[in-house]
Design a protein around this ligand. Structure first.
Ligand code: DGJ
Length: 736
């Protein structure tokens, strides 16, 4: 024991000499994250906040935030990647049981480097234990202009046998302010993205899920922090954070004994001990965050900007409009009725027809959602000419063609896939699988490489048979139940949750390598998988199965805090709405869906002549304004959660401020519920804007056709006459 203390002391001396002055900065144009190596060679966060101005500022930052009243040898600070068993007694970033059974890790700074990467600067810091050959590489990419930082870690070792990881966080960040307010987003099927704000007090608050997949059935993987006061839209110090991991995640917010807030974003370690082999590198998901001194609005515009350029597949492109048959035919269609719908799609003016669930399986035909999943052959009785026949019909009608798949699933005892490969399903020996989706839907064991090949093969076969396929809707409608893998041995069952998503990433990488331009939508019973970890592979997501336009205002409001409009699919559905039975005017439904990537779920033949003309004009205007709506800067003007929740309003502004589209919705209507003129944002005060109301029904706004300066629109506002229940407005502003 004595010997090892002496050894550590000697090593500390080496560190003192080599690294005592080492300062590492991860900086954007407005934010600085500063780390310092202590005299003992350990790495501490000394600052996270507004960009500092002078080199001398860095000298004055201290790493030892605790008073060393007991004269302890090692003073403590906020260690950048705190370990278990060491001298920090709060939640660790990493915890490992070493090959010899010891559960203590001390990480020391070894080296760091910085290099330019696409759009930013990457900092890689290597930390190492001195007793065990155990290494952590901390990665940070700072995107200067967008003020976004993403951080992740790589854990590896060269011990004699596997090391068990039981905490493996993406990063660890410390904040210091008088008060902390957390806005997290709770969620459920058809009720995604509901904000809830609480003040954090001493101790821990944990937001996590254990669903395996479809996190948003429980909690969304994103949050906001307000420092000193709850996060506001246009003022105050805030942070937006999100983890790129569609599996179980865990955000730990811990206020420590000196009043600092520790934020630990991680894969949820629940039932997920990871046996890391020597030489294997465990890469954690990315944690992405944006800070601002000007409130949520600026932070979320920065995040959108970053996401479009660097994270979302084909994120700088605008998206196709489409007609989806799901809400209008369900499973009840055939080749002829689909051909009719394709013609209707063309007549409406949309770019594409999307065939949803129900087109596949022969031995167990997909008549409803109880059978056929896994058998990706077109049902001959419904579609005699298969998918190639439909692609041909779409071409004839003059629209592109897209198709639905759910390749990570099968129907237990109700699919040929099960007949042939029962071992490909997650399962527990001797236990009937958990019933999902009212039937036998079960998740495949993606940890098994044969299943990975099968899933890649589903896309491959479709693309080989139909190279002109323009779009895939990739669905995923069950949680990860039946937690048991016949592929992973008895010693690796605790790797199912994590291994599943590492495998999913591999599968999607293979698909993207082969089909980089295929548009793929991520869907999981609606917005169950809205996540930046998937968006490098998916181009967009289905925001919610809830297409009731009133509820969609709230769902889209929450989701758009973090995700850009070109990734957020929003469809017009029939009235009364099949979920809520609410009848909302067609105009309101279009005005809401046109705030995202527009699609239509209605059967066009259900439109009256007048409605059809309205819809055709709306689609035409949307397509004309698509670059502003889908790629413009989002300004939130009136929150549905504030001022009594009477109305909501937001706008998109083009980068050159030459064009804007404004939306406003009346959410509640009682006598006296007036909505004063709404003040625009993001316009050029020195230019004048021509006002053109879109999707007009009934009376127009008084400013329609007028030329008004940006200054007046931003200071005095625009009167939008939201006078009755479900009143809504959509207005185009063009600088002249
Ligand atoms: C759930 C999706 O969210 C719906 O849009 C639809 O595709 C169904 N699955 C089909 O089963």
């Amino acid at each position: 024991m004595k010997k090892s203390i002496m050894l550590i002391a000697a090593l500390c001396m080496t560190s003192v000499m080599t690294f005592a002055q080492k300062v590492i900065r991860v900086s954007t144009d407005k934010t600085d994250l500063v780390m310092k190596v202590s005299p003992k060679g350990r790495l501490y966060q000394v600052y996270l906040g507004d960009k500092l101005l002078n080199p001398s500022d860095y000298d004055n930052l201290k790493w030892d935030v605790y008073a060393a009243s007991d004269g302890a040898v090692c003073q403590r600070g906020h260690e950048v990647y705190a370990t278990s068993g060491a001298e920090d007694f709060f939640e660790p970033a990493v915890a490992a049981t070493h090959a010899d059974g010891n559960m203590t890790t001390y990480l020391y700074y070894k080296s760091s480097e910085q290099k330019p990467v696409d759009g930013g600067t990457e900092t890689v810091i290597t930390l190492q234990d001195k007793v065990y050959p155990f290494t952590v590489k901390l990665h940070y990419v700072a995107y200067a202009k967008e003020n976004v930082i993403k951080a992740w870690s790589e854990i590896s070792h060269n011990e004699k046998s596997p090391v068990t990881l039981w905490r493996y966080s993406s990063t660890m960040l410390y904040f210091k302010s008088s008060k902390y307010f957390l806005t997290n987003y709770h969620s459920d099927w058809a009720k995604e993205g509901q904000p809830e704000t609480t003040q954090l007090s001493t101790g821990k608050k944990i937001i996590d899920t254990k669903l395996g997949t479809r996190a948003a059935m429980q909690a969304e993987p994103f949050f906001e922090l307000g420092f000193d006061e709850p996060a506001k839209e246009n003022e105050g110090k805030v942070m937006l954070g999100t983890i790129g991991w569609p599996g179980n995640f865990r955000f730990t917010f811990e206020v420590d004994n000196v009043g600092a807030l520790r934020v630990i974003p991680a894969i949820n370690p629940y039932a997920s001990d990871y046996k890391l082999k020597a030489g294997e590198v465990f890469t954690t998901p990315e944690f992405i965050f944006a800070m601002s001194n000007n409130g949520m609005g600026e932070a979320s515009r920065n995040l959108h900007n970053w996401a479009r350029q660097y994270q979302v597949n084909m994120g700088m492109d605008d998206r196709l409009t489409l007609l989806n048959n799901w809400e209008n035919t369900g499973f009840d269609f055939n080749q002829q009725s689909l051909a009719e719908l394709m013609k209707d799609a063309k007549d409406l003016g949309v770019d594409m027809f999307l065939l949803d669930d129900g087109w596949f399986a022969n031995k167990y035909p997909r008549k409803d959602d109880h059978a056929g999943l896994g058998d990706w052959e077109a049902t001959k009785s419904k579609l005699p000419e298969g998918i190639p026949g439909l692609v041909r019909d779409a071409k004839k009608a003059g629209v592109k063609f897209g198709i639905w798949i759910e390749p990570e699933m099968g129907n237990w005892k109700a699919s040929e896939l099960y007949d042939k490969h029962p071992d490909w399903f997650l399962q527990n020996t001797g236990v009937e699988p958990v019933q999902q989706r009212g039937g036998t839907q079960a998740r495949l064991d993606l940890c098994n490489p044969k299943v990975q090949d099968f899933v890649v093969g589903v896309v491959d076969r479709l693309m080989t048979d139909c190279p002109e396929l323009a779009y895939i809707k990739w669905d995923d409608n069950a949680i990860t139940a039946n937690y048991g893998s016949t592929y992973l041995g008895s010693d690796r069952q605790s790797q199912i949750y994590t291994g599943y998503h590492l495998a999913l990433r591999k599968v999607l990488e293979r698909i993207r390598a082969k089909y980089p331009d295929l548009v793929i939508q991520g869907c999981a019973s609606g917005g169950g998988r809205v996540n930046y970890g998937l968006l490098p592979y998916f181009d967009e997501f289905w925001t919610s199965d809830n297409t009731d336009a009133l509820q969609r205002v709230y769902i889209q409001w929450g989701t758009s805090q973090f995700f850009p409009a070109n990734a957020m699919a929003a469809h017009v559905s029939a009235a009364p709405n099949h979920q809520t039975q609410r009848t909302i005017p067609l105009k309101f439904r279009f005005d809401v869906a046109e705030a995202g990537r527009l699609g239509i779920e209605m059967r066009p033949s259900d439109f009256t002549t007048k409605q059809l003309a309205f819809a055709q004009q709306a689609v035409e205007d949307y397509k004309r304004l698509r670059p502003v709506i889908q790629l413009g800067d989002l300004y939130r003007l009136l929150s549905p959660y504030e001022q009594g929740g009477v109305a909501a309003s937001h706008m998109y502004v083009s980068a050159d401020k030459g064009k804007a589209v404004v939306y406003a919705y009346k959410l509640k209507h009682f006598v006296g519920h007036t909505v004063p003129p709404i003040r625009m944002q993001g316009l050029d005060p020195n230019r004048s804007y021509r006002i053109k109301e879109l999707n007009k029904v009934g009376n127009s706004i008084t400013a329609d056709g007028k030329l008004i300066s940006g200054k007046v629109l931003m200071e005095a506002g625009l009167a939008l006459a939201l006078d009755n229940e479900y009143a809504s407005r959509m207005v185009e502003l063009t600088a002249e």
